[in-house]
Design a protein around this ligand. Structure first.
Ligand SMILES: Nc1ncnc2c1ncn2[C@@H]1O[C@H](COP(=O)(O)OP(=O)(O)OP(=O)(O)O)[C@@H](O)[C@H]1O
Ligand SMILES: [Mg+2]
Ligand SMILES: [Mg+2]
Length: 599
């Protein structure tokens, strides 16, 4: 938890940390003023009611579980070594270790989050051993439930619940005789001669550790990241799989902000985060350090070399070799939604910093259902809970294809997928079915009296998902994916009255809401459920009064960066390109426009 006393201590520790941390020097090395400290305490207080932080007891429980897992790993490696004819005296010392990564390792996990862990073993212990004998050992443990292997995944993982805590456990075999307790994973040469699966499995830990090494003040980074992750979740832009950003990408954006304002307090950092990224010239990449020059033959993100990397719209590059873009799922739609959110976050934080608004304002969810007039509802159903979990995961991983189809439709200017899924109202589903819905808000080009037929876009998507499910032998009876076009007025058929009431209520108190009064009318054009089932055709009259998103870009106010070393303009300018000779789309686009902003 952030405190003023710790900050004073940090101030002393960091007073000489004004050297370059990252790709450029800092924008401002100013230390917090009393008002920044007060705002930071207010921020901590504003986050508390949301029950994000774990108690001391809960944190200790995690440590106990990790201790037990560690003992199990050591025992298993020793027993497996002996079974492979290694003398017992040697087997005693071959070691084996557990490292954590993800939100727990970063120190920003919410109550009930999982622990992401990596088991590292010496060279005579194989992945097959991990998924057989270690699996069996875990299975015997009383505290372990819901144990399942996902061995064929891109990053193979063993999942379990260990005494109430979800664990995702990866495996990596290093080319070493033994794994000493003191070993860390920073050395790039550890990856020499490793297979792809091991390199990918090591990547999460190496990236998390590198991020922590690259921020000037870990405690300030943590509180800022907690605030940003919570804001992103509330605003429906936290999801790697749906084309927004995932935890590690948000962590890197916050880390970059911390590098640019190395001594700033978290409240200031949250504000600066929005200032920097509302103006970032995407696709200029965000980098936390100069990419490593080591070459062990693994593919790294480099638009000069890989053609596909030139099409990444919002590159945020991991800092450990082999560096990757963590946001390759981002599309034109998701990027524009995120950029609008950055702009609106800037406006809100400017008001918060001058005490015109409280921090709570930043965490208010936007009114998704009032923002659009037309939606596509995706209904995903299955017969059993187990089937549903699998089916839901598959469909979720494919929704980006539908967004891509819609983006390519010349009449659609924005297809906005809301990552929140909703239960289907009892009145709308067949008994005993497990069924949830996603909503995609649509914005159309302003043309008069246009009939838009989305049948093809939607059908292609449904066919692709069904075909894929059949190909991987996942398809089970009862698994169903439906897409319906609905108007805003028809949402009452899908959403609970309390949710609709909540959106309407907040629209009345929100001056900038996009509600034009229509949502207060009783629905008059409700089709029958059956009729709608058959219908994937959206026939809509779109005229010039079309209800656009009312987000406006934030006005910039230049303030307190008196200790500025370089300007924000220098930062959002493409000086961070990984090469000065960039023949790529990514870099040329980044260089094409530039506007003077804040110094
Ligand atoms: N689909 C993915 N693609 C790439 N990396 C992933 C993916 N899923 C998980 N990871 C890696 O595993 C780490 C842990 O993932 P996880 O889903 O547990 O998120 P998290 O950041 O720990 O947040 P949470 O608190 O929700 O668990 C991520 O930080 C990332 O490094
Ligand atoms: Mg996690
Ligand atoms: Mg996880």
């Amino acid at each position: 938890m952030w405190s003023t006393s710790t900050n004073a201590q940090n101030k002393e520790n960091d007073s000489n940390k004004t050297a370059t941390l990252g790709m450029t020097s800092a924008i401002s090395t100013a230390f917090p003023k009393p008002v920044d400290i007060a705002k930071t305490l207010e921020l901590t207080e504003a986050l508390k009611p949301f029950d994000l932080f774990e108690t001391e007891q809960e944190l200790n429980h995690r440590l106990v579980i990790l201790g037990k897992l560690y003992s199990l790993v050591k025992q298993w490696i020793k027993d497996t070594s002996i079974a492979k004819n290694i003398p017992e005296s040697v087997a005693e010392n071959v070691g084996g270790k557990i490292y954590t990564f993800g939100s727990y390792r970063l120190g920003v996990h919410n109550k009930g989050a999982d622990i992401d862990a990596l088991c590292v073993a010496p060279r005579h212990i194989f992945r097959e051993d991990f998924f057989s004998s270690f699996y069996e050992l875990l299975k015997q443990q009383e505290e372990v439930t819901d144990l399942r292997s996902v061995e064929e995944a891109f990053v193979p993982v063993m999942k379990m619940n260990f005494d109430g805590i979800e664990i995702d456990m990866l495996f990596a075999r290093l080319d070493l005789k033994e794994i000493p307790d003191t070993m860390d994973l920073q050395d790039d040469l550890l990856l020499k001669k490793l297979d792809q699966k091991c390199v990918r499995s090591l990547n999460g830990c190496r990236v998390t550790d590198e991020i922590l090494r690259l921020v000037p003040n870990i405690e300030n980074f943590r509180l800022t990241l907690r605030a940003i992750k919570f804001w992103a979740k509330r605003h429906g832009i936290y999801s790697n799989v749906l084309g927004y950003l995932g935890g590690v990408s948000w962590a890197m954006l916050v880390a970059r902000t911390c590098q640019l304002y190395p001594n700033a307090a978290p409240a200031t950092l949250v504000h600066k985060f929005f200032l920097v990224f509302s103006q970032w010239k995407w696709p200029q990449p965000v980098l936390l350090k100069q990419p490593s020059s080591v070459n062990l033959g693994f593919t790294v993100w480099d638009p000069r070399v890989n053609v596909q990397d030139r099409y990444h719209l919002m590159p945020i590059i991991t800092p450990a070799y082999p560096q990757q873009n963590s946001t390759f799922n981002v599309s034109a739609s998701t990027r524009s939604i995120m950029v609008e959110e950055f702009k609106s976050g800037l406006q809100t934080t400017e008001e918060i910093m001058i005490s015109k608004e409280p921090w709570e304002k930043l965490f208010e969810p936007p009114q998704f259902f009032l923002k659009y007039r037309h939606f596509i509802v995706l209904l995903v159903s299955a017969n059993t809970a187990e089937d549903h979990l699998e089916w839901y995961g598959l469909v979720e991983s494919k929704v980006r294809l539908l967004i891509g189809n819609l983006e390519r439709n010349q009449y659609i200017t924005l297809a906005h997928i809301n990552p929140e899924s909703f239960s289907v109202l009892e009145s709308q589903k067949e008994s005993n079915q497990h069924c949830v819905m996603w909503f995609i808000g649509l914005e159309f080009a302003k043309s008069e009296h246009l009939n838009i037929d989305l049948t093809y876009d939607i059908q292609t998507f449904i066919e692709t998902v069904n075909k894929h499910a059949l190909n991987i032998n996942m398809f089970k009876e009862g698994m169903k994916l439906e897409a319906r076009s609905v108007r805003r007025r028809q949402l009452v058929q899908y959403l609970s009255p309390s949710l609709i009431k909540r959106e309407r209520k907040s629209s009345l108190t929100n001056k900038s809401g996009s509600n034009n009064g229509e949502s207060k009318k009783r629905p008059s054009d409700q089709g029958t459920q059956e009729g709608e089932n058959k219908k994937t055709r959206l026939s809509s009259e779109i005229n010039s009064t079309y209800d656009d998103s009312s987000n406006t870009s934030g006005t910039l106010q230049c303030n307190d960066d008196s200790n500025s070393n370089i300007s924000l303009n220098d930062i959002v300018n493409p000086t961070e390109n990984i090469s000065s000779t960039p023949p790529s789309h990514a870099t040329t686009t980044a260089q094409s426009t530039q506007e003077a902003v804040c110094t």
